[in-house]
Design a protein around this ligand. Structure first.
Ligand code: TEU
Length: 571
């Protein structure tokens, strides 16, 4: 049974979102690249799983430099994925099954092949020159030589954030690849062009947007240099281009211009690297009229080292949990959390935080419960529901992601012997881990395509696949289904207050309460048995056929019970 949409103040309050990365989801025409036809063929899987919303990563025409996060036309569908008609068919089919569709809105930057940028780059007199960030070389430089860039910022995808245009003698800003020039949101024409596009999609029947790096749209206009570490060529410009002075103003304007007045309230989700709890509370406070929820990144940084994702740190699951608990507490009174372990940019959760070798099923399900029973809206990334794991990449030839490939090139340019170290880091944290094809069955190419897949299929598809799990009540898939169903029927999961009991690794324990009744979750996030006081109460959920009652939890065991409020939990 699906949920009752009118039960809560807003329709998405008890919803579960499922992210489709179309390139890797399912291929219907045998070209080896997933497409909207493939999505149509597998909507039944989403329906059976029970999710309420599909977030579709970019399907717009694009040179695919960053797999579609470089958009060349905001109002069409790339032929590689289908057409506007196929997208209509997807929307219709989702709506028929009572699911909703959220598109990815990538408007911090466009592709350099977008007509807006082509026009802007045609010369300093172009009426759209100011739609992007053009700047002259640093004083004393002619342009193009090392150090001539207007600022010393490091790009997300290695190298500088500036690309020289010899024709005009100026640089343009690109926080991501050089094929992703940043739009200048200071210019009201840019903002209104984006709002027009958003309204156009809502008119097509789309139900909301996931907004790519939306906290980067307001930048400091004086563009200061970043502090430089000794010997470094580039520094971290993040404080100058993230959550700039006008970010709240822009989002409030967007909210007024785009989100108001629709029959079905529009769902808005802002992706916000580096966002703090206080900021997130402001961005998602309904009284301020900005966004419904944001993706924060703090818990995704726990295994990053001092120099970011490419430098590693020892995983501390206690730190992971205490980070999430802080977000729960920080957004308790004001705002709303989004809950995620995975997306197309992150390695697979069971490989990253679980124990895929010894306790694959147990760790995948325990991590799922720990996330889904927090307060907020859970997101499932394709394949997570069947416990897909990271890919054992062995060579650079197998990599497809521009971020990884640029990292390889930049590192090897400095140190030709660095390859083993680089590959080791990419295997752990690289984005291609999330982008291997969804494992539908044990057959060739995992049932993803009849052709040659654009990126290798994980060899473990012979054992980890959707077909093997769908009808197995003990599968990871069935556990995700149960979690989704629990959220739909149990108001405590949706609106209950959150209180942490224990986040001392390896045990995590928390309570969701409405003042009368409470759900108590206890999980052992380790591969050894661990002690955790049994609170008693009626069993609601467990990831073992015979859930433990008593003070010991098996490796990666999770147990959820329901009890009246007020009974003391023995420590
Ligand atoms: O990601 C933004 C982001 O901050 C990171 O997750 C980024 O992908 C990278 O891992 C930093 O090291 C969004 C999209 O989700 C991502 O796929 C795009 O590449 C990026 O924006 C640019 O559009």
């Amino acid at each position: 049974m699906r949920r009752d949409r009118d039960r809560y103040d807003v329709w998405w309050r008890d919803a579960v979102v499922y992210q489709v990365y179309p390139r890797s989801f399912a291929d219907s025409d045998g070209d080896g690249i997933g497409d909207l036809g493939g999505l149509l063929e597998h909507i039944d899987h989403l329906d059976h799983l029970g999710v309420d919303v599909v977030w579709l990563s970019p399907i717009y025409p694009s040179p695919q430099d960053d797999n579609g996060y470089d958009v060349a036309d905001y109002r069409d569908v790339d032929p590689v994925f289908g057409s506007l008609a196929t997208l209509d068919a997807v929307t219709e089919e989702l709506h028929r099954r009572d699911m909703r569709l959220v598109l990815d809105l990538v408007v911090n930057h466009t592709s350099d092949e977008h007509p807006w940028f082509i026009d802007s780059a045609s010369g300093p007199d172009s009426p759209r020159r100011d739609w992007y960030w053009w700047r002259p070389p640093r004083p004393g430089f002619t342009g193009g030589e090392p150090g001539a860039e207007p600022t010393n910022w490091a790009g997300f995808f290695s190298g500088s954030t500036w690309e020289f245009d010899p024709a005009s003698g100026e640089y343009y800003l690109h926080l991501f690849s050089r094929k992703q020039p940043d739009l200048n949101w200071e210019n009201p024409e840019v903002r209104h062009a984006v709002y027009d596009t958003m309204r156009w999609w809502l008119d097509q029947g789309v139900d909301g947007f996931r907004m790519d790096v939306i906290n980067l749209i307001s930048k400091r206009t004086d563009l200061p240099d970043a502090p430089l570490a000794p010997g470094a060529r580039h520094g971290d410009g993040f404080p100058f281009y993230a959550s700039g002075p006008r970010i709240h103003e822009f989002l409030q304007e967007m909210n007024r211009e785009v989100f108001r007045g629709w029959d079905v309230p529009v769902l808005s989700i802002g992706e916000m690297p580096g966002v703090t709890i206080d900021d997130a509370a402001d961005f998602t406070d309904p009284a301020r009229g900005e966004l419904d929820m944001v993706f924060q990144f703090e818990h995704m940084g726990v295994d990053h080292g001092p120099d970011g994702k490419w430098s590693g740190a020892e995983l501390d699951r206690g730190h992971l949990m205490s980070t999430l608990v802080r977000w729960q507490e920080g957004l308790a009174e004001r705002g709303w959390n989004s809950l995620y372990w995975n997306n197309h940019d992150q390695p697979r959760v069971v490989s990253r935080f679980g124990d895929p070798e010894r306790f694959w099923r147990e760790s995948a399900t325990a991590l799922a419960a720990v996330l889904h029973l927090q307060r907020g809206t859970p997101f499932i990334y394709q394949g997570e529901e069947i416990g897909m794991t990271d890919m054992p990449f062995t060579s650079v030839d197998e990599l497809r992601d521009i971020e990884s490939l640029n990292f390889v090139a930049e590192t090897l340019a400095d140190d030709a012997d660095a390859l083993p170290r680089v590959m080791e880091r990419i295997r752990r944290i690289g984005r291609d881990n999330a982008r291997t094809p969804v494992q539908w069955d044990a057959g060739p190419a995992a049932g993803f395509t009849t052709g040659q897949p654009w990126i290798a299929v994980n060899p473990n598809h012979v054992s980890i696949n959707a077909a093997a799990q769908r009808d197995d009540p003990a599968s990871v898939y069935s556990f995700y289904r149960e979690l989704i169903a629990l959220r739909h029927r149990e108001p405590l999961v949706v609106t209950g207050d959150f209180r942490a009991l224990d986040s001392n690794a390896p045990i995590v324990a928390f309570v969701r309460s409405d003042g009368t009744e409470e759900l108590v979750l206890r999980a052992n996030l380790s591969s050894e048995p661990a002690a955790s006081a049994d609170p008693g109460g009626e069993l609601v959920l467990g990831n073992h056929a015979e859930p433990s009652r008593g003070d010991m939890l098996r490796p990666w065991e999770v147990v959820v019970t329901r009890r009246p409020v007020g009974e003391l939990i023995p420590r």
